[in-house]
Design a protein around this ligand. Structure first.
Ligand code: F6R
Length: 617
Protein backbone atom coordinates (compact mmCIF):
# COMPACT_ATOMS: atom_id res chain seq x y z
CA UNK A 1 0.00 0.00 0.00
CA UNK A 2 3.07 2.16 -0.21
CA UNK A 3 4.39 3.45 -3.53
CA UNK A 4 7.84 2.83 -4.92
CA UNK A 5 9.74 4.46 -7.76
CA UNK A 6 13.40 4.21 -8.69
CA UNK A 7 15.49 5.26 -11.66
CA UNK A 8 18.92 4.65 -13.07
CA UNK A 9 19.95 6.25 -16.35
CA UNK A 10 21.30 9.34 -18.02
CA UNK A 11 18.82 11.93 -16.76
CA UNK A 12 18.84 13.88 -13.52
CA UNK A 13 16.32 12.04 -11.50
CA UNK A 14 15.18 14.16 -8.55
CA UNK A 15 12.19 15.47 -10.44
CA UNK A 16 11.49 12.09 -12.02
CA UNK A 17 11.25 10.61 -8.53
CA UNK A 18 9.15 13.41 -7.06
CA UNK A 19 6.80 13.45 -10.03
CA UNK A 20 6.50 9.66 -9.89
CA UNK A 21 5.73 9.77 -6.17
CA UNK A 22 2.99 12.31 -6.76
CA UNK A 23 1.46 9.91 -9.24
CA UNK A 24 1.74 7.13 -6.68
CA UNK A 25 0.48 9.18 -3.77
CA UNK A 26 -2.87 7.41 -4.06
CA UNK A 27 -1.17 4.27 -2.78
CA UNK A 28 -0.10 5.78 0.51
CA UNK A 29 0.28 9.31 1.67
CA UNK A 30 1.39 9.75 5.24
CA UNK A 31 5.08 10.42 4.57
CA UNK A 32 7.51 10.33 1.69
CA UNK A 33 11.21 10.23 0.94
CA UNK A 34 13.84 10.03 -1.76
CA UNK A 35 17.50 9.00 -1.79
CA UNK A 36 19.92 9.89 -4.56
CA UNK A 37 23.49 9.12 -5.39
CA UNK A 38 24.81 12.67 -5.74
CA UNK A 39 28.23 13.93 -6.87
CA UNK A 40 30.37 14.34 -3.77
CA UNK A 41 31.80 17.89 -3.60
CA UNK A 42 34.64 16.53 -1.44
CA UNK A 43 35.48 13.68 -3.86
CA UNK A 44 39.15 12.85 -3.83
CA UNK A 45 41.53 10.12 -2.82
CA UNK A 46 39.92 9.52 0.54
CA UNK A 47 36.30 10.43 -0.37
CA UNK A 48 34.15 8.58 -2.91
CA UNK A 49 32.92 10.30 -6.08
CA UNK A 50 29.30 9.91 -5.02
CA UNK A 51 27.54 10.42 -1.74
CA UNK A 52 24.09 9.34 -0.63
CA UNK A 53 21.60 12.11 0.09
CA UNK A 54 18.24 11.44 1.65
CA UNK A 55 15.27 13.76 1.97
CA UNK A 56 12.24 12.54 3.86
CA UNK A 57 9.34 14.11 5.66
CA UNK A 58 6.06 13.23 7.36
CA UNK A 59 2.89 14.35 5.60
CA UNK A 60 2.18 14.72 1.93
CA UNK A 61 4.86 14.63 -0.77
CA UNK A 62 4.80 18.41 -0.99
CA UNK A 63 6.32 18.60 2.50
CA UNK A 64 9.22 16.42 1.38
CA UNK A 65 9.55 18.26 -1.93
CA UNK A 66 10.00 21.57 -0.11
CA UNK A 67 13.10 20.15 1.58
CA UNK A 68 14.68 18.97 -1.64
CA UNK A 69 15.26 22.30 -3.43
CA UNK A 70 19.04 22.28 -2.89
CA UNK A 71 20.50 21.94 -6.43
CA UNK A 72 23.30 19.77 -5.03
CA UNK A 73 20.69 17.10 -4.39
CA UNK A 74 20.68 15.57 -7.81
CA UNK A 75 22.01 12.58 -9.62
CA UNK A 76 21.14 9.96 -12.20
CA UNK A 77 20.35 7.12 -9.82
CA UNK A 78 17.77 7.32 -7.04
CA UNK A 79 14.87 5.77 -5.19
CA UNK A 80 11.62 7.23 -3.83
CA UNK A 81 8.84 6.09 -1.56
CA UNK A 82 5.45 7.21 -0.39
CA UNK A 83 4.32 5.51 2.78
CA UNK A 84 1.09 4.19 4.27
CA UNK A 85 2.12 3.34 7.82
CA UNK A 86 1.79 -0.20 9.12
CA UNK A 87 4.58 -0.47 11.70
CA UNK A 88 5.49 2.78 13.41
CA UNK A 89 3.73 6.15 13.32
CA UNK A 90 3.87 8.34 10.20
CA UNK A 91 6.89 10.38 11.31
CA UNK A 92 9.98 11.63 9.52
CA UNK A 93 12.17 8.99 11.17
CA UNK A 94 9.86 6.18 10.12
CA UNK A 95 9.57 7.46 6.55
CA UNK A 96 11.54 5.54 3.90
CA UNK A 97 14.28 5.27 2.64
CA UNK A 98 16.04 3.46 5.49
CA UNK A 99 19.80 3.11 5.82
CA UNK A 100 22.24 0.54 7.08
CA UNK A 101 24.80 1.38 9.80
CA UNK A 102 27.52 2.27 7.27
CA UNK A 103 25.13 4.82 5.71
CA UNK A 104 26.20 3.61 2.27
CA UNK A 105 23.08 1.62 1.52
CA UNK A 106 19.48 2.77 1.25
CA UNK A 107 16.29 0.78 0.96
CA UNK A 108 12.62 1.38 0.17
CA UNK A 109 9.96 -1.25 0.80
CA UNK A 110 6.26 -1.77 0.26
CA UNK A 111 4.85 -4.58 2.37
CA UNK A 112 5.24 -6.10 5.80
CA UNK A 113 8.19 -8.01 7.24
CA UNK A 114 6.29 -10.37 9.50
CA UNK A 115 9.38 -11.76 11.24
CA UNK A 116 11.00 -8.36 11.72
CA UNK A 117 11.02 -8.53 15.53
CA UNK A 118 13.05 -11.71 15.54
CA UNK A 119 15.39 -10.46 12.80
CA UNK A 120 15.84 -7.12 14.54
CA UNK A 121 16.74 -8.77 17.82
CA UNK A 122 19.40 -10.87 16.11
CA UNK A 123 20.80 -7.88 14.20
CA UNK A 124 20.96 -5.74 17.35
CA UNK A 125 22.87 -8.51 19.09
CA UNK A 126 25.32 -8.44 16.18
CA UNK A 127 25.82 -4.72 16.75
CA UNK A 128 23.46 -3.10 14.23
CA UNK A 129 21.96 0.19 15.31
CA UNK A 130 18.33 0.93 14.44
CA UNK A 131 16.80 4.38 14.19
CA UNK A 132 13.13 3.81 13.37
CA UNK A 133 10.21 1.73 14.63
CA UNK A 134 9.58 0.25 11.20
CA UNK A 135 9.69 -3.37 10.15
CA UNK A 136 11.45 -2.24 6.94
CA UNK A 137 14.63 -1.13 8.68
CA UNK A 138 15.72 -4.74 9.16
CA UNK A 139 16.21 -4.94 5.38
CA UNK A 140 19.15 -2.50 4.99
CA UNK A 141 20.80 -4.02 8.05
CA UNK A 142 20.34 -7.54 6.72
CA UNK A 143 21.75 -6.43 3.38
CA UNK A 144 24.70 -4.81 5.12
CA UNK A 145 25.43 -8.15 6.75
CA UNK A 146 25.60 -9.86 3.35
CA UNK A 147 27.24 -7.13 1.27
CA UNK A 148 30.26 -9.34 0.64
CA UNK A 149 28.00 -11.11 -1.87
CA UNK A 150 27.51 -7.84 -3.75
CA UNK A 151 24.39 -5.66 -3.83
CA UNK A 152 22.33 -8.22 -5.71
CA UNK A 153 23.63 -11.10 -3.58
CA UNK A 154 22.69 -9.19 -0.41
CA UNK A 155 19.17 -8.62 -1.79
CA UNK A 156 18.89 -12.33 -2.59
CA UNK A 157 19.79 -13.14 1.02
CA UNK A 158 17.04 -10.79 2.22
CA UNK A 159 14.51 -12.59 0.04
CA UNK A 160 15.52 -15.86 1.70
CA UNK A 161 15.35 -14.48 5.23
CA UNK A 162 12.24 -12.35 5.42
CA UNK A 163 8.72 -13.63 5.88
CA UNK A 164 5.75 -11.59 4.75
CA UNK A 165 5.35 -9.45 1.69
CA UNK A 166 7.41 -6.86 -0.03
CA UNK A 167 8.54 -5.00 -3.06
CA UNK A 168 12.03 -3.80 -2.21
CA UNK A 169 14.52 -1.58 -4.00
CA UNK A 170 18.03 -0.72 -2.82
CA UNK A 171 20.97 1.37 -3.93
CA UNK A 172 24.46 1.75 -2.55
CA UNK A 173 27.38 4.14 -2.97
CA UNK A 174 29.54 1.02 -3.38
CA UNK A 175 27.56 -0.03 -6.47
CA UNK A 176 26.77 3.31 -8.12
CA UNK A 177 26.01 1.77 -11.51
CA UNK A 178 23.17 -0.45 -10.37
CA UNK A 179 19.84 -0.59 -8.62
CA UNK A 180 18.53 -3.87 -7.24
CA UNK A 181 14.97 -4.88 -6.50
CA UNK A 182 12.99 -7.86 -5.28
CA UNK A 183 9.39 -8.85 -5.17
CA UNK A 184 7.63 -10.98 -2.55
CA UNK A 185 3.86 -10.67 -3.11
CA UNK A 186 3.78 -6.88 -3.48
CA UNK A 187 3.56 -5.21 -6.87
CA UNK A 188 6.80 -4.27 -8.61
CA UNK A 189 7.29 -3.60 -12.29
CA UNK A 190 10.25 -2.52 -14.41
CA UNK A 191 9.87 0.29 -16.94
CA UNK A 192 12.26 0.32 -19.90
CA UNK A 193 13.44 3.35 -21.85
CA UNK A 194 16.34 4.53 -23.97
CA UNK A 195 17.41 6.99 -21.29
CA UNK A 196 17.38 4.51 -18.43
CA UNK A 197 15.33 2.00 -16.49
CA UNK A 198 12.78 2.26 -13.71
CA UNK A 199 11.30 0.31 -10.86
CA UNK A 200 7.75 1.24 -9.87
CA UNK A 201 4.80 -0.09 -7.91
CA UNK A 202 2.43 0.87 -10.66
CA UNK A 203 2.58 2.01 -14.28
CA UNK A 204 1.15 5.55 -13.87
CA UNK A 205 4.31 6.50 -11.92
CA UNK A 206 6.44 6.23 -15.06
CA UNK A 207 3.97 6.47 -17.96
CA UNK A 208 5.44 9.86 -18.77
CA UNK A 209 8.74 8.17 -19.61
CA UNK A 210 7.80 4.79 -21.02
CA UNK A 211 5.01 2.47 -22.05
CA UNK A 212 7.25 -0.60 -22.11
CA UNK A 213 7.21 -2.76 -19.01
CA UNK A 214 8.41 -6.01 -17.57
CA UNK A 215 6.55 -7.79 -14.81
CA UNK A 216 8.47 -9.22 -11.89
CA UNK A 217 7.26 -12.41 -10.25
CA UNK A 218 7.33 -13.42 -6.63
CA UNK A 219 10.74 -14.16 -5.17
CA UNK A 220 12.53 -12.81 -8.22
CA UNK A 221 15.36 -10.34 -7.83
CA UNK A 222 16.36 -7.79 -10.43
CA UNK A 223 19.46 -5.80 -11.26
CA UNK A 224 18.99 -2.62 -13.30
CA UNK A 225 21.72 -0.58 -14.87
CA UNK A 226 21.37 2.40 -17.18
CA UNK A 227 20.87 0.09 -20.16
CA UNK A 228 20.40 -3.46 -18.91
CA UNK A 229 17.87 -5.45 -16.92
CA UNK A 230 18.67 -8.83 -15.39
CA UNK A 231 15.99 -10.87 -13.65
CA UNK A 232 16.91 -13.78 -11.38
CA UNK A 233 14.74 -16.62 -10.14
CA UNK A 234 14.49 -17.59 -6.48
CA UNK A 235 17.26 -20.08 -7.15
CA UNK A 236 19.47 -17.32 -8.59
CA UNK A 237 19.11 -18.44 -12.24
CA UNK A 238 18.77 -15.80 -14.94
CA UNK A 239 15.21 -15.47 -16.26
CA UNK A 240 14.32 -14.30 -19.78
CA UNK A 241 11.09 -12.36 -20.13
CA UNK A 242 9.48 -10.38 -22.93
CA UNK A 243 8.41 -6.81 -22.17
CA UNK A 244 4.83 -5.71 -22.80
CA UNK A 245 3.50 -2.39 -24.00
CA UNK A 246 0.51 -0.53 -22.54
CA UNK A 247 -1.75 1.79 -24.48
CA UNK A 248 -2.49 4.11 -21.52
CA UNK A 249 -1.34 7.64 -22.19
CA UNK A 250 -0.05 10.13 -19.70
CA UNK A 251 -3.12 12.39 -19.86
CA UNK A 252 -5.14 9.48 -18.50
CA UNK A 253 -2.98 9.73 -15.38
CA UNK A 254 -3.41 13.51 -15.03
CA UNK A 255 -6.30 15.66 -13.85
CA UNK A 256 -6.75 17.39 -17.23
CA UNK A 257 -8.42 20.47 -15.77
CA UNK A 258 -10.68 18.65 -13.29
CA UNK A 259 -10.46 19.63 -9.65
CA UNK A 260 -9.86 16.06 -8.53
CA UNK A 261 -9.04 12.70 -10.07
CA UNK A 262 -12.27 11.31 -8.66
CA UNK A 263 -14.39 13.86 -10.52
CA UNK A 264 -12.42 13.28 -13.70
CA UNK A 265 -12.84 9.54 -13.37
CA UNK A 266 -16.58 9.83 -12.73
CA UNK A 267 -16.83 11.87 -15.94
CA UNK A 268 -14.75 9.34 -17.86
CA UNK A 269 -17.34 6.62 -17.35
CA UNK A 270 -19.08 6.82 -20.72
CA UNK A 271 -15.68 6.26 -22.32
CA UNK A 272 -14.59 3.53 -19.87
CA UNK A 273 -17.80 1.58 -20.39
CA UNK A 274 -17.59 1.96 -24.17
CA UNK A 275 -13.96 0.83 -24.18
CA UNK A 276 -14.89 -2.18 -22.09
CA UNK A 277 -17.52 -3.16 -24.68
CA UNK A 278 -15.19 -2.51 -27.58
CA UNK A 279 -13.96 -5.63 -29.33
CA UNK A 280 -16.44 -7.74 -27.39
CA UNK A 281 -19.69 -6.39 -28.69
CA UNK A 282 -20.17 -5.56 -32.33
CA UNK A 283 -22.98 -5.83 -34.87
CA UNK A 284 -25.23 -7.38 -32.29
CA UNK A 285 -22.80 -10.23 -31.59
CA UNK A 286 -20.83 -10.96 -28.45
CA UNK A 287 -17.31 -12.30 -28.54
CA UNK A 288 -15.50 -13.50 -25.44
CA UNK A 289 -12.41 -15.28 -26.78
CA UNK A 290 -10.42 -14.11 -23.78
CA UNK A 291 -12.44 -16.40 -21.55
CA UNK A 292 -10.65 -19.29 -23.15
CA UNK A 293 -13.62 -21.57 -22.61
CA UNK A 294 -15.21 -23.82 -25.18
CA UNK A 295 -19.03 -23.95 -25.41
CA UNK A 296 -18.70 -27.47 -24.03
CA UNK A 297 -16.91 -26.26 -20.92
CA UNK A 298 -19.51 -23.54 -20.43
CA UNK A 299 -22.35 -26.03 -20.83
CA UNK A 300 -20.78 -28.24 -18.18
CA UNK A 301 -20.53 -25.44 -15.58
CA UNK A 302 -22.51 -26.34 -12.48
CA UNK A 303 -21.56 -23.30 -10.45
CA UNK A 304 -19.87 -19.93 -10.69
CA UNK A 305 -18.02 -18.62 -7.66
CA UNK A 306 -17.18 -14.92 -7.63
CA UNK A 307 -14.87 -13.36 -5.07
CA UNK A 308 -13.91 -9.72 -4.59
CA UNK A 309 -13.47 -6.96 -2.01
CA UNK A 310 -15.04 -3.54 -1.53
CA UNK A 311 -16.48 -1.96 -4.64
CA UNK A 312 -15.50 -4.96 -6.77
CA UNK A 313 -17.64 -7.07 -4.43
CA UNK A 314 -20.63 -4.92 -5.36
CA UNK A 315 -19.94 -5.59 -9.05
CA UNK A 316 -19.88 -9.28 -8.14
CA UNK A 317 -23.37 -8.99 -6.61
CA UNK A 318 -24.65 -7.63 -9.92
CA UNK A 319 -22.81 -10.43 -11.74
CA UNK A 320 -24.58 -13.03 -9.60
CA UNK A 321 -27.98 -11.70 -10.51
CA UNK A 322 -27.42 -11.48 -14.26
CA UNK A 323 -25.62 -14.82 -14.59
CA UNK A 324 -28.38 -16.57 -12.64
CA UNK A 325 -31.12 -14.77 -14.53
CA UNK A 326 -29.75 -15.06 -18.07
CA UNK A 327 -27.64 -18.24 -17.92
CA UNK A 328 -29.36 -20.16 -15.11
CA UNK A 329 -26.04 -21.09 -13.52
CA UNK A 330 -26.03 -20.88 -9.70
CA UNK A 331 -23.61 -18.22 -8.54
CA UNK A 332 -22.04 -17.81 -5.12
CA UNK A 333 -20.45 -14.51 -4.18
CA UNK A 334 -17.94 -14.21 -1.37
CA UNK A 335 -15.75 -11.53 0.06
CA UNK A 336 -12.21 -12.63 -0.74
CA UNK A 337 -11.17 -12.20 2.89
CA UNK A 338 -13.89 -14.62 4.02
CA UNK A 339 -13.62 -17.14 1.22
CA UNK A 340 -10.18 -18.46 1.97
CA UNK A 341 -10.96 -19.18 5.61
CA UNK A 342 -14.24 -21.02 5.16
CA UNK A 343 -13.14 -24.26 3.53
CA UNK A 344 -15.15 -23.65 0.35
CA UNK A 345 -16.41 -26.37 -1.98
CA UNK A 346 -14.90 -26.25 -5.45
CA UNK A 347 -14.81 -28.78 -8.28
CA UNK A 348 -13.64 -28.80 -11.87
CA UNK A 349 -17.02 -27.72 -13.21
CA UNK A 350 -17.02 -24.64 -11.03
CA UNK A 351 -15.84 -21.44 -12.68
CA UNK A 352 -14.01 -19.16 -10.29
CA UNK A 353 -14.11 -15.44 -11.07
CA UNK A 354 -11.98 -12.90 -9.21
CA UNK A 355 -12.92 -9.25 -9.66
CA UNK A 356 -10.25 -6.77 -8.72
CA UNK A 357 -9.56 -3.34 -10.14
CA UNK A 358 -5.91 -3.33 -9.14
CA UNK A 359 -5.22 -7.03 -9.56
CA UNK A 360 -3.09 -6.78 -6.42
CA UNK A 361 -5.51 -7.07 -3.49
CA UNK A 362 -3.85 -9.58 -1.21
CA UNK A 363 -7.06 -11.23 0.00
CA UNK A 364 -8.25 -11.76 -3.56
CA UNK A 365 -4.90 -13.17 -4.50
CA UNK A 366 -4.96 -15.54 -1.54
CA UNK A 367 -8.50 -16.63 -2.45
CA UNK A 368 -7.56 -17.50 -6.03
CA UNK A 369 -4.58 -19.47 -4.78
CA UNK A 370 -6.93 -21.39 -2.47
CA UNK A 371 -9.38 -22.08 -5.32
CA UNK A 372 -6.60 -23.11 -7.69
CA UNK A 373 -5.27 -25.58 -5.15
CA UNK A 374 -8.73 -27.15 -5.23
CA UNK A 375 -8.75 -27.46 -9.01
CA UNK A 376 -10.91 -24.51 -10.08
CA UNK A 377 -10.44 -22.70 -13.37
CA UNK A 378 -9.71 -19.05 -12.56
CA UNK A 379 -10.91 -16.06 -14.55
CA UNK A 380 -9.71 -12.61 -13.49
CA UNK A 381 -11.55 -9.38 -14.20
CA UNK A 382 -9.10 -6.57 -13.66
CA UNK A 383 -8.12 -3.14 -14.95
CA UNK A 384 -4.37 -3.56 -14.67
CA UNK A 385 -2.47 -5.36 -17.39
CA UNK A 386 0.23 -7.62 -15.99
CA UNK A 387 -1.07 -7.38 -12.41
CA UNK A 388 -0.48 -10.34 -10.12
CA UNK A 389 -4.05 -11.60 -10.21
CA UNK A 390 -3.99 -11.36 -14.01
CA UNK A 391 -0.83 -13.42 -14.14
CA UNK A 392 -2.06 -16.06 -11.73
CA UNK A 393 -5.34 -16.67 -13.54
CA UNK A 394 -6.16 -19.00 -16.42
CA UNK A 395 -7.88 -16.23 -18.34
CA UNK A 396 -8.12 -12.48 -17.91
CA UNK A 397 -10.92 -10.14 -18.90
CA UNK A 398 -9.58 -6.61 -18.82
CA UNK A 399 -11.83 -3.70 -18.03
CA UNK A 400 -10.51 -0.96 -20.28
CA UNK A 401 -11.32 1.95 -18.00
CA UNK A 402 -7.80 3.45 -18.10
CA UNK A 403 -5.74 4.08 -14.97
CA UNK A 404 -7.77 5.00 -11.90
CA UNK A 405 -5.85 7.33 -9.61
CA UNK A 406 -8.52 8.51 -7.14
CA UNK A 407 -8.36 6.16 -4.18
CA UNK A 408 -12.01 5.28 -4.34
CA UNK A 409 -13.23 3.30 -7.29
CA UNK A 410 -15.61 4.93 -9.77
CA UNK A 411 -15.01 4.32 -13.47
CA UNK A 412 -13.57 0.87 -12.85
CA UNK A 413 -16.82 -0.09 -11.08
CA UNK A 414 -19.04 0.70 -14.06
CA UNK A 415 -16.53 -1.08 -16.32
CA UNK A 416 -16.70 -4.14 -14.05
CA UNK A 417 -20.50 -4.07 -14.17
CA UNK A 418 -20.32 -3.95 -17.96
CA UNK A 419 -18.11 -7.05 -17.99
CA UNK A 420 -20.61 -8.81 -15.73
CA UNK A 421 -23.45 -7.97 -18.12
CA UNK A 422 -21.48 -9.19 -21.13
CA UNK A 423 -20.46 -12.38 -19.38
CA UNK A 424 -23.98 -13.14 -18.16
CA UNK A 425 -25.31 -12.66 -21.68
CA UNK A 426 -22.56 -14.73 -23.23
CA UNK A 427 -23.18 -17.66 -20.89
CA UNK A 428 -26.95 -17.26 -21.35
CA UNK A 429 -26.60 -17.43 -25.12
CA UNK A 430 -24.35 -20.48 -25.07
CA UNK A 431 -26.54 -22.27 -22.53
CA UNK A 432 -29.56 -21.31 -24.67
CA UNK A 433 -31.46 -19.90 -21.74
CA UNK A 434 -31.93 -16.56 -23.38
CA UNK A 435 -33.85 -16.14 -26.61
CA UNK A 436 -32.28 -14.46 -29.61
CA UNK A 437 -34.79 -11.60 -29.37
CA UNK A 438 -34.17 -10.95 -25.72
CA UNK A 439 -30.43 -11.20 -26.30
CA UNK A 440 -30.59 -8.65 -29.11
CA UNK A 441 -32.77 -6.34 -27.04
CA UNK A 442 -30.31 -6.36 -24.14
CA UNK A 443 -27.35 -5.85 -26.45
CA UNK A 444 -29.03 -2.87 -28.10
CA UNK A 445 -29.68 -1.39 -24.68
CA UNK A 446 -26.11 -2.01 -23.55
CA UNK A 447 -24.95 -0.01 -26.53
CA UNK A 448 -27.07 2.91 -25.28
CA UNK A 449 -25.57 2.83 -21.79
CA UNK A 450 -22.59 5.19 -22.42
CA UNK A 451 -24.96 7.87 -23.76
CA UNK A 452 -27.31 7.43 -20.84
CA UNK A 453 -24.42 7.80 -18.38
CA UNK A 454 -23.42 10.95 -20.25
CA UNK A 455 -26.95 12.34 -19.87
CA UNK A 456 -26.70 11.86 -16.11
CA UNK A 457 -23.29 13.55 -16.01
CA UNK A 458 -24.65 16.49 -17.98
CA UNK A 459 -27.00 17.08 -15.02
CA UNK A 460 -24.33 16.83 -12.31
CA UNK A 461 -25.35 20.32 -11.19
CA UNK A 462 -28.72 18.99 -9.96
CA UNK A 463 -26.95 16.48 -7.72
CA UNK A 464 -24.63 19.18 -6.45
CA UNK A 465 -27.62 21.27 -5.35
CA UNK A 466 -29.02 18.29 -3.40
CA UNK A 467 -25.60 17.65 -1.82
CA UNK A 468 -25.24 21.33 -0.88
CA UNK A 469 -28.55 21.10 0.97
CA UNK A 470 -27.98 17.78 2.70
CA UNK A 471 -24.29 17.52 3.56
CA UNK A 472 -24.88 18.27 7.24
CA UNK A 473 -26.91 15.12 7.89
CA UNK A 474 -25.08 12.64 10.09
CA UNK A 475 -26.77 9.36 9.18
CA UNK A 476 -27.40 8.17 5.62
CA UNK A 477 -29.31 5.00 4.78
CA UNK A 478 -29.18 3.86 1.16
CA UNK A 479 -32.04 1.50 0.38
CA UNK A 480 -32.42 -0.73 -2.66
CA UNK A 481 -33.66 -4.14 -3.68
CA UNK A 482 -32.71 -6.70 -6.32
CA UNK A 483 -30.53 -4.78 -8.82
CA UNK A 484 -30.83 -1.65 -6.70
CA UNK A 485 -29.19 -3.31 -3.70
CA UNK A 486 -25.59 -3.42 -4.99
CA UNK A 487 -26.04 0.22 -6.03
CA UNK A 488 -27.25 1.06 -2.50
CA UNK A 489 -24.27 -0.73 -0.95
CA UNK A 490 -21.87 1.02 -3.28
CA UNK A 491 -23.52 4.42 -2.73
CA UNK A 492 -23.05 4.05 1.02
CA UNK A 493 -19.47 2.84 0.65
CA UNK A 494 -18.58 5.83 -1.54
CA UNK A 495 -20.08 8.26 0.94
CA UNK A 496 -18.35 6.87 4.01
CA UNK A 497 -14.99 6.54 2.23
CA UNK A 498 -14.69 10.13 1.12
CA UNK A 499 -16.91 12.13 3.49
CA UNK A 500 -16.35 10.11 6.74
CA UNK A 501 -20.10 10.28 7.43
CA UNK A 502 -21.81 7.21 8.79
CA UNK A 503 -23.68 5.56 5.91
CA UNK A 504 -25.31 2.16 5.49
CA UNK A 505 -26.44 0.39 2.36
CA UNK A 506 -29.39 -1.83 3.14
CA UNK A 507 -31.89 -4.11 1.44
CA UNK A 508 -35.04 -2.01 1.68
CA UNK A 509 -37.14 -5.01 2.70
CA UNK A 510 -35.00 -5.43 5.80
CA UNK A 511 -35.71 -1.91 7.10
CA UNK A 512 -38.36 -3.12 9.50
CA UNK A 513 -36.01 -5.74 10.89
CA UNK A 514 -33.77 -3.21 12.57
CA UNK A 515 -32.51 -0.13 10.75
CA UNK A 516 -35.81 1.70 11.06
CA UNK A 517 -34.81 2.22 14.70
CA UNK A 518 -32.08 4.56 13.44
CA UNK A 519 -34.53 6.76 11.62
CA UNK A 520 -35.11 10.26 12.98
CA UNK A 521 -34.86 13.86 11.88
CA UNK A 522 -31.08 13.55 11.48
CA UNK A 523 -31.42 10.69 9.00
CA UNK A 524 -31.53 10.92 5.26
CA UNK A 525 -32.89 7.97 3.35
CA UNK A 526 -31.60 7.55 -0.18
CA UNK A 527 -34.08 5.36 -2.04
CA UNK A 528 -32.82 3.64 -5.19
CA UNK A 529 -36.13 3.02 -6.91
CA UNK A 530 -36.17 3.03 -10.68
CA UNK A 531 -39.25 1.56 -12.35
CA UNK A 532 -39.11 -2.14 -11.56
CA UNK A 533 -41.00 -4.91 -9.78
CA UNK A 534 -40.11 -3.59 -6.31
CA UNK A 535 -40.73 0.12 -6.85
CA UNK A 536 -43.98 0.22 -4.84
CA UNK A 537 -42.42 -1.70 -1.97
CA UNK A 538 -39.54 0.73 -1.63
CA UNK A 539 -42.00 3.59 -1.82
CA UNK A 540 -43.74 2.14 1.26
CA UNK A 541 -40.40 1.92 3.08
CA UNK A 542 -39.78 5.58 2.33
CA UNK A 543 -43.18 6.57 3.63
CA UNK A 544 -42.49 4.71 6.87
CA UNK A 545 -39.20 6.57 7.21
CA UNK A 546 -40.84 9.88 6.36
CA UNK A 547 -43.40 9.29 9.11
CA UNK A 548 -40.42 9.10 11.46
CA UNK A 549 -39.15 12.50 10.31
CA UNK A 550 -36.41 11.27 7.98
CA UNK A 551 -35.53 13.30 4.91
CA UNK A 552 -35.98 11.43 1.61
CA UNK A 553 -33.83 11.54 -1.52
CA UNK A 554 -35.07 9.26 -4.32
CA UNK A 555 -33.48 8.08 -7.52
CA UNK A 556 -36.30 7.31 -9.92
CA UNK A 557 -36.83 6.71 -13.62
CA UNK A 558 -37.28 9.62 -16.00
CA UNK A 559 -40.87 10.80 -16.09
CA UNK A 560 -41.68 9.86 -12.50
CA UNK A 561 -43.06 13.17 -11.24
CA UNK A 562 -45.31 11.53 -8.61
CA UNK A 563 -42.30 10.90 -6.39
CA UNK A 564 -42.15 14.61 -5.59
CA UNK A 565 -45.21 14.07 -3.34
CA UNK A 566 -43.16 11.78 -1.08
CA UNK A 567 -39.52 12.73 -1.50
CA UNK A 568 -37.81 15.89 -0.36
CA UNK A 569 -35.31 15.54 -3.20
CA UNK A 570 -35.32 13.39 -6.29
CA UNK A 571 -33.24 12.74 -9.36
CA UNK A 572 -34.45 11.06 -12.54
CA UNK A 573 -32.28 8.54 -14.34
CA UNK A 574 -32.86 7.56 -17.97
CA UNK A 575 -35.11 4.54 -18.38
CA UNK A 576 -33.47 1.20 -19.12
CA UNK A 577 -34.05 -2.52 -18.69
CA UNK A 578 -34.54 -3.65 -15.12
CA UNK A 579 -31.30 -5.67 -15.12
CA UNK A 580 -29.24 -2.72 -16.34
CA UNK A 581 -30.29 0.14 -14.11
CA UNK A 582 -27.51 -0.33 -11.52
CA UNK A 583 -24.88 0.90 -13.99
CA UNK A 584 -26.88 4.14 -14.24
CA UNK A 585 -28.05 4.67 -10.66
CA UNK A 586 -24.53 4.43 -9.31
CA UNK A 587 -23.44 7.50 -11.29
CA UNK A 588 -25.60 10.08 -9.43
CA UNK A 589 -24.64 8.33 -6.18
CA UNK A 590 -20.93 8.77 -6.95
CA UNK A 591 -21.57 12.44 -7.71
CA UNK A 592 -23.63 12.83 -4.56
CA UNK A 593 -20.82 11.46 -2.35
CA UNK A 594 -18.31 13.60 -4.20
CA UNK A 595 -20.22 16.86 -3.67
CA UNK A 596 -21.00 16.07 -0.03
CA UNK A 597 -17.32 15.38 0.63
CA UNK A 598 -16.31 18.59 -1.13
CA UNK A 599 -18.79 20.53 1.00
CA UNK A 600 -17.09 19.06 4.05
CA UNK A 601 -13.65 20.02 2.75
CA UNK A 602 -12.43 16.42 2.42
CA UNK A 603 -9.57 15.26 0.25
CA UNK A 604 -11.61 13.05 -2.07
CA UNK A 605 -8.65 11.64 -3.97
CA UNK A 606 -6.77 10.59 -0.87
CA UNK A 607 -9.26 9.95 1.90
CA UNK A 608 -7.81 9.30 5.33
CA UNK A 609 -6.69 5.81 6.25
CA UNK A 610 -7.35 4.35 2.80
CA UNK A 611 -5.03 3.09 0.11
CA UNK A 612 -5.74 2.29 -3.51
CA UNK A 613 -4.48 -1.25 -3.50
CA UNK A 614 -4.60 -3.25 -0.33
CA UNK A 615 -1.56 -5.46 -0.53
CA UNK A 616 -1.44 -6.38 3.16
CA UNK A 617 -3.96 -8.51 5.03
C1 F6R B 1 -13.76 1.51 -2.83
C2 F6R B 1 -12.50 0.90 -3.12
C3 F6R B 1 -12.15 -0.35 -2.40
C4 F6R B 1 -11.71 -1.40 -3.43
C5 F6R B 1 -11.21 -2.65 -2.71
C6 F6R B 1 -10.85 -3.75 -3.69
O1 F6R B 1 -13.91 2.72 -3.48
O2 F6R B 1 -11.76 1.38 -3.94
O3 F6R B 1 -13.19 -0.81 -1.64
O4 F6R B 1 -12.81 -1.70 -4.24
O5 F6R B 1 -10.08 -2.32 -1.97
O6 F6R B 1 -9.84 -3.36 -4.57
P1 F6R B 1 -9.55 -4.13 -5.90
O7 F6R B 1 -10.75 -4.00 -6.77
O8 F6R B 1 -8.35 -3.46 -6.47
O9 F6R B 1 -9.30 -5.55 -5.53
Amino acid sequence: MCGIIAYIGTKNCKNILIDGLKRLEYRGYDSAGIALLCPNPKAGTSSPALELKIIKEAGKIKAMEEQSVDPLINGTCGIGHTRWATHGAPTRVNAHPHMDCSEKLDVIHNGIVENYAELKEGLIKEGHRFKSETDTEVIPHLMEKYMKKGLLGAMQEVVKKIKGSGAIVALSTEYPDELVGARISSPLIVGLSKEGNYFASDMPAVLKHTKNFLVINDYETVRLTEDTVEIFSREGKIVTREPFKVDWNISSAEKSGYEDFMLKEIFEQPFGVKETMRGRLSDGELDFDELNMSPDQINRLNKVQIIACGTSFHAALIGKQVIEKWAKIPVEVDLSSEYRYRDPLVDKNCLFIAITQSGETIDTLAAIREARSKGAKIVAITNVVGSTVARESDSVIYTHAGPEIGVCASKTFTAQIMVMYLMGLYFGRIKKHISKDRFQKIIRELENIPDKIQKILDRAGEIKIIADKTFKFTCFLFLGRIFGLPAALEGALKLKEISYIHAEGYPAGEMKHGPIALTDAKTIIVGIMPDDQVYEKILSNLQEAKARKATIFSLVTEGNEKIKKYADYSFQIPGTLEELHAILTIVPLQLYSYYIAKNLGRDVDQPRNLAKSVTVE
